[in-house]
Design a protein around this ligand. Structure first.
Ligand code: PEP
Ligand code: MG
Length: 583
């Protein structure tokens, strides 16, 4: 038995036989094309681009209907790269000018593009070089004759197999999911790569950065993938298989138990009712919201409507995207967050967002208050949509009270315009703010006095409090929702809202993480907004809890004098052998 370690990027256990994807490095031929054949070479290149386009479009049209929206958007990114003149036209110039063969012209252009991305400081953009390389590889495979391609065709049926590959493109992950794979392992890759994000959304256990996996593992060899711990067992002993079979059954049993809770109320043993809301990015995410029977939407990340396009969506398009969600949830609240572009969330739209420290720069409400015309279009669309249900408007990244005053002023202006034009809207639409900058948490009482509700964005609150860039892998180890400073800021925010008599929710990742649910209940949080797939697990914890007991536990946690005893007290609140937090 051999145990290999990598970065677990998608939880779950898979036990199955290996399918090693043999994709040797392509041998790129290099030759001079005689002048009379240069135009034929251009046609050959264009034909390969066209075949690649068809292949990607074909994979896109076979995405399973229950697949998350990222599956399509990653393929769209690859189609956009393929359609970009830098990839689909620049090599033609080299073919004509230098009489290069198509493969060499494309490879040279790809190397130039990868070098440009590599030189970028932003890790997200640097990551884009992988997308370019993956698209180029697809075109190269279409250009090369079948006998020059050393990889074998992937069989249609890979049911229950664990795919082992050097690297996988998002399109490959979708295609492999359709062939029934149980998990995948790659030699390369990182936790924020598109393929890693996609594996989580598709529910495929995955480990990346298992260096040498394709060298050490043979086809058909038995494997155990522990996606949570990032461990891969090759030819495991009987005892290890038995242990993992038990763990896998436990996870399945837990999943079935959770399904049974779908229609149960989220009420604690001592009668405290809790709102379990969903975070969504696009109207397409509503399937998961219905599946989990969420109490409403606690965070609609509208910036996703603005991505992968050159022009922002106009008022009608935004209105339609908001109304679609509202109409699907009659009587339930829909919290629409105004545009939170900037920092790691970039759009192709021409906006003044870049700066040396984009997370501290012109992002979110700061950007909206500078781009007032763009912001007013969104406010009009949201206000018009408010006539169709229970809409709450939420402003991200507030750091001072003037921002609230200015947003309210703009909302009133837009309301006046709508009134003049006889267009319906909800005049009482609540206006709330996200508490995700430490300054806003420290002065939460002042913010609460001017807002109708608060929502704690722990992803950014932790980033800004602990000074760790949330997309920088090298400082991820410092990410700690239980840091006493973070817990104090959360407590201050909850207390300020309670004193002011307004609702307070949490919509960062912490709200959907079962390790923190009991503590947050004990601290007084009653509205949790999360990825829909986490709702049933959190509901189970709420139903099993006595909030009165948790309050006592939370008091002790907040009084802890060092990090280790704080963690011990939280573990104690979660109970030994806690099934929800264990796997
Ligand atoms: C947050 O910061 O916690 C949050 C919910 O917003 P986002 O993750 O979209 O920045
Ligand atoms: Mg945020």
């Amino acid at each position: 038995m051999l145990a290999l370690h990598g970065k677990g990027v998608s939880n779950g256990i898979a036990i199955g036989r290996a399918y090693v994807l043999k994709r040797e490095r392509l041998k790129i031929p290099e030759y001079v094309v005689p002048v009379p054949f240069v135009e034929d070479e251009v046609s050959r290149f264009l034909a390969a681009v066209e075949s690649t386009r068809r292949e990607l479009a074909d994979i896109r049209s076979h995405i399973p209907p229950d697949a998350p929206v990222e599956a399509a958007s990653f393929l769209d990114t690859h189609l956009l790269i393929l359609n970009d003149t830098m990839v689909s036209e620049a090599p033609i110039k080299d073919i004509r000018a230098n009489q290069w063969n198509a493969e060499f012209a494309l490879k040279t252009q790809s190397d130039r593009l990868v070098a440009v991305f590599e030189a970028m400081e932003d890790p997200y953009l640097r990551n884009k070089k992988t997308d370019v390389a993956q698209v180029v590889e697809r075109v190269l495979r279409n250009l090369l004759n079948p006998d020059e391609r050393e990889d074998e065709p992937i069989p249609d049926d890979l049911n229950g197999r664990v795919v082992v590959a050097n690297d996988l493109a998002p399109a490959d992950a979708v295609a492999l999911k359709n062939k029934g794979i149980a998990a995948f392992i790659t030699n390369l890759g990182g936790p924020i790569s598109h393929t890693a994000i996609l594996s989580r959304s598709l529910g495929i256990p995955a480990i990346v950065a298992v260096h040498g996996a394709t060298r050490f593992i043979d086809n058909d060899e038995e494997l155990i993938v522990d996606g949570k711990r990032g461990i891969l067992f090759v030819a495991p002993d009987r005892a290890v298989i038995t242990e993992y079979e038990k763990r896998a059954h436990k996870i399945e049993r837990l999943q079935r138990e959770l399904e049974a809770l779908r229609t149960s109320e989220a009420v604690s043993r001592d009668g405290v009712a809790v709102q379990l809301l969903a975070n969504i990015e696009l109207p397409e995410d509503m399937a998961g919201v219905h599946q989990a029977l969420a109490s409403g939407i606690g965070l609609y990340r509208t910036e996703f409507l603005f991505m992968n396009r050159k022009m922002p969506p106009d008022e009608e398009e935004q209105f339609a995207a908001y109304v679609k969600v509202i109409l699907e949830l009659p009587g339930r609240p829909v919290t629409i967050r105004t545009l939170d572009l900037g920092a790691d969330k970039r759009a192709d739209i021409d906006l003044p967002t870049a700066s040396a420290n984009p997370a501290l720069g012109l992002r979110a409400v700061r950007l909206c208050l500078q781009e007032v015309a763009l912001f007013k279009v969104q406010l009009r669309a949201i206000l018009r949509a408010s006539a169709f249900g229970s809409v709450r408007l939420m402003v991200p990244m507030l750091s001072n009270l003037d921002e609230i005053a200015r947003v309210v002023e703009l909302v009133r202006e837009v309301q006046e315009e709508l009134r003049r034009n006889g267009i319906d809207f909800d005049p009482d639409m609540p206006i709330g703010g996200m508490i995700e900058v430490p300054a806003a948490a420290v002065a939460a009482d002042l913010f609460a006095a001017h807002l109708d509700f608060l929502s704690i964005g722990t992803n950014d609150l932790i980033q800004y409090t602990l000074a760790i860039d949330r997309v920088d892998d090298t400082v991820n180890y410092l990410y700690d929702p239980l840091h006493p400073s973070v817990l104090r800021l959360i407590t201050m925010t909850i207390d300020a809202a309670v004193t002011q008599g307004i609702p307070v929710a949490m919509c960062g990742e912490m709200a959907g993480d079962a390790r923190y649910t009991r503590l947050l209940l004990g601290l007084g949080l009653r509205e949790f907004s999360m990825h829909p797939s986490a709702i049933l697990e959190i509901k189970k914890i709420v139903r099993e809890s006595s909030v009165a007991d948790l309050k006592r536990g939370a008091v002790q946690v907040m009084a802890a004098r060092d990090f280790r005893s704080l963690q011990t007290l939280v573990d104690r609140m979660n109970g030994d052998g806690d099934s929800t937090a264990a796997d």
